[in-house]
Write a protein that binds this ligand. Structure first.
Ligand code: ATP
Ligand code: MG
Length: 734
């Protein structure tokens, strides 16, 4: 129950809360769940509650444990709490699950057979270790790549399963049914190395708490209050950790929104939030209904969209900021035009006084950032990529570029060293040192030294053969520079080097995105005359990255945008080929679709005043042009909340709403009632009367023959690009 006398004047830090928020902040004792929609002040409640606990002396900072989803969110929270309570905030246990669990583990490492200075291995090292185990066990790592085994172990850890408890889990079929055994061996190896991985941080904590009542009692005594933000995205191991820590005080406060659960693919269990009341009997549930973030139309658009999900608790949200701007819906021709459009709008917003820091572009897939980055750089719009590196700084892009650099410039030792054993080809550190030694002694490049050394017995046979293959590969690729088109050469290099395969075999959640980025890279090459011109461009782009001005637009994936807010939010790429992401639908069906819809909902609800949804008629995905229709999510947005811009010549006569039963869908325009004048006559909108068999010319795909024609859309067999679906407005009779 609230502990405030009704009549007392509220202290300043409590004054700007509405009644249910105040209730949540001041109901300090017992389990509490704040289950509420986006922008209703959940995070604000959490922060204020921490302040309240300290100000009312219910707890010292050191007795409060607060969990955030990212380190960035933790820093922000620390800053805001310090605003009320000052430096004492430093003693608080505030951070991500990983950071907090690591801190606890350091203090009791010996209880799980580690020393306090244990190393936390990164993913590369984890995989290398598993590879060694596979070799030692004579398990064919072509058939069962280390990365696959690694992913299985990781998911088990997410679910709180130690090797003994894996049992007959179907995932154990991997590695010829020996996955559980490998898991046990992997854990032993980690111990020998005095190391652990991320999943272990929590699992070791659990082991300690479960086996050492005295240690657990110490933490029970210490943590009088536990608070968790973004609770809908906790996994089972995290849930178990919270539960055991909160067992004693029962003062566990979780805030979350089932409609924003977007990490199911990484082991998060939205079920954790749905069964809170069952797990913590007598829990108080507070619902917040007033949204303070978004103006009326944006909120209605987001609510209308998420209402299409079945698996949800359902909630009503309202805002005092009625009306406001409608959600702009903007069709574009392709990704490049989309980037031009977004950049133009950003410049217009800037002229109207908006700060770049109040603007975000939220994409579904990492590869999408490239076109925006290129455009921003061209126009000099400062930007940052949040939650990940800029496109050309990403691991796989740097690796690929390193290959290209060695081809163009064989003396580029840094590049050569980066990829000499990536993918792993059995060229270990010792061999590389031998190469370096020779290079230094003779004053030649590493590659030249490699060329020489393979004619000697300096290296062990296996390593020598491996180095020889690399040397031969580069010689062959270099010979092709003059003959092959540079984009083809690039694709060849990535394939023949085994680099693409490395990521194809990688079963970690990041791998598909990396493959997409590689395809996007090859596609980007098309815009340049040759490899050197492209490399020149990249180095200029990277240079631009160095000067970081204070005010920057933010570019990030929808996943990284959780919890954040911006005045203006751009949501590009709302197309069926991209969003909902086909992979999510393939792997998880209807459930996957609902998670994608929650992601769209997270995107829209980041916007305070302006949201811009755009979709392209043509999208290059995996390096191939695909015609696309607008995402089903576009048609699920309530029309009265939208301001639909039409684009001359696109979608036949421009997209418009076509009523079909109860469902409203974006359809292709009726050609007899042209909506758009002007440019339409230049590039489209003409009745060409195209019939199957006719020869046509298309700007991107070149010449081809019409196979089928229907309501402004054509199926054309192009001479070079094969069968494509294109818009009639964009072809000419040839
Ligand atoms: P999300 O679900 O996106 O994480 P949230 O529920 O955590 O959102 P907050 O980020 O805490 O919401 O709040 C959203 C915005 O509304 C913030 O700018 C916050 O300062 C503001 N806000 C919250 N409560 C109030 C209030 N009572 N009065 C005025 N502004 C408020
Ligand atoms: Mg929040």
């Amino acid at each position: 129950m609230s502990d405030l006398p009704e009549s007392a004047a509220l202290p300043a830090y409590l004054r700007n809360l509405n009644p249910p928020q105040l209730d949540a902040v001041t109901s300090t004792e017992g389990p509490l769940l704040v289950l509420a929609g986006a922008g209703t002040g959940k995070t604000r409640v959490l922060i204020t509650r921490v302040c309240h606990l300290m100000v009312t002396r219910k707890a010292f900072a050191g007795q409060i444990l607060a969990v955030t989803f990212t380190n960035k969110a933790a820093a922000e929270m620390r800053h805001r709490i310090a605003g009320v309570v000052g430096d004492t905030v430093e003693a608080m246990w505030l951070g991500t699950f990983h950071a907090l669990a690591a801190r606890i583990l350091r203090r009791h490492a010996e209880l799980v057979g580690l020393k306090p200075n244990f190393t936390i291995l990164d993913q590369d090292d984890q995989i290398r270790l598993i590879k060694q185990l596979l070799q030692a066990e004579n398990i064919d790592d072509k058939k069962w790549p280390a990365r696959v085994v690694h992913a299985v172990i990781e998911r088990w850890k997410d679910r709180g399963l130690t090797p003994e408890r894996v049992g007959a889990d179907p995932a154990g079929e991997v590695a010829g049914g020996r996955a559980a055994q490998l898991y046990a061996m992997y854990q032993d190896r980690l111990k020998t190395l005095n190391a652990c991985d991320f999943g272990d941080l929590l699992l070791h904590n659990l082991t300690i708490f479960q086996t050492r009542a005295d240690v657990l009692a110490e933490y029970h005594k210490r943590f009088r209050y536990i608070l968790v933000d973004e609770y809908q995205d906790t996994n089972v191991a995290q849930y178990m950790w919270l539960r055991i820590l909160a067992q004693h005080s029962r003062n566990l406060c979780c805030v979350g929104d089932d409609d924003q659960s977007i990490y199911g693919w990484r082991g998060a269990e939205v079920g954790n939030i749905l069964r809170f009341e069952k797990d913590f009997p007598g829990a108080k549930i507070v619902r917040l209904e007033q949204n303070y973030r978004s103006s009326g139309h944006i909120l209605s658009a987001a609510s209308g969209l998420i209402a299409h999900n079945r698996a949800r608790l359902g909630k009503t949200l309202w805002t005092a900021a009625e009306g406001g701007e409608k959600v702009t819906v903007r069709p574009v021709w392709d990704g490049e035009q989309e980037a031009v459009y977004v950049a133009d709008e950003i410049e217009a917003l800037q002229r109207a006084g908006e700060k770049l820091g109040d603007i975000a572009i939220l994409v579904r897939a990492g590869f999408q950032t490239r076109e925006f980055e290129e455009r921003f750089i061209a126009l000099g719009i400062p930007y940052r990529v949040i939650g990940g590196p800029r496109f050309y700084e990403r691991e796989e892009i740097r690796d690929a570029i390193a290959y290209f650099r060695v081809i163009v410039q064989p003396d580029d030792d840094l590049a050569f060293e980066r990829i000499i054993n990536k993918p792993r080809r059995g060229i270990g550190e010792a061999s590389v040192q031998t190469l370096r030694r020779l290079a230094r002694a003779r004053g030649i490049s590493l590659l030249a030294s490699a060329e020489t050394i393979v004619t000697t017995d300096e290296l062990k046979t296996a390593a020598r053969n491996a180095v020889r293959r690399v040397v031969d590969d580069f010689a062959r690729w270099r010979a092709q520079v003059e003959r092959a088109h540079h984009t083809e050469l690039a694709a060849t290099v990535l394939d023949e080097s085994g680099y693409t395969r490395m990521w194809q075999e990688d079963k970690s959640p990041e791998a598909p995105g990396k493959l997409e980025n590689l395809k996007e890279l090859v596609a980007a090459l098309e815009e340049y005359d040759d490899l050197p011109a492209f490399l020149e461009h990249v180095s200029l782009v990277m240079e631009n990255a160095e000067a970081a001005p204070a005010d920057m637009a933010s570019l990030m994936t929808l996943h990284a945008a959780k919890g954040l807010e911006f005045n203006s939010v751009f949501l590009p790429g709302w197309e069926e080929v991209l969003f909902p992401h086909p992979r999510a639908l393939d792997e998880k069906g209807a459930e996957g679709l609902e998670e994608e819809r929650r992601l769209a909902h997270v995107g829209l609800t980041r916007a305070r005043r302006r949201a811009y949804v755009s979709f392209a008629a043509n999208r290059r995905i995996h390096g191939m042009w695909q015609s696309s229709v607008p995402s089903r999510f576009v048609s699920e947005l309530p029309p009265e909340t939208l301001d639909v811009k039409s684009e001359p010549g696109l979608w036949g006569d421009g997209p418009q709403f076509a009523a079909g039963g109860n469902e409203r869908a974006f359809g292709y325009g009726n050609r007899r009632a042209p909506l758009i004048e002007g440019r339409a006559t230049e590039i489209g909108g003409r009745g060409l009367d195209l019939a199957p068999g006719m020869r046509v010319f298309h700007q991107k795909f070149g010449y081809g023959r019409v196979v089928a024609a229907e309501s402004g859309k054509l199926e054309v067999e192009f001479e070079h690009s094969g069968l494509k679906h294109v818009m009639e407005s964009f072809v000419e009779k040839a």
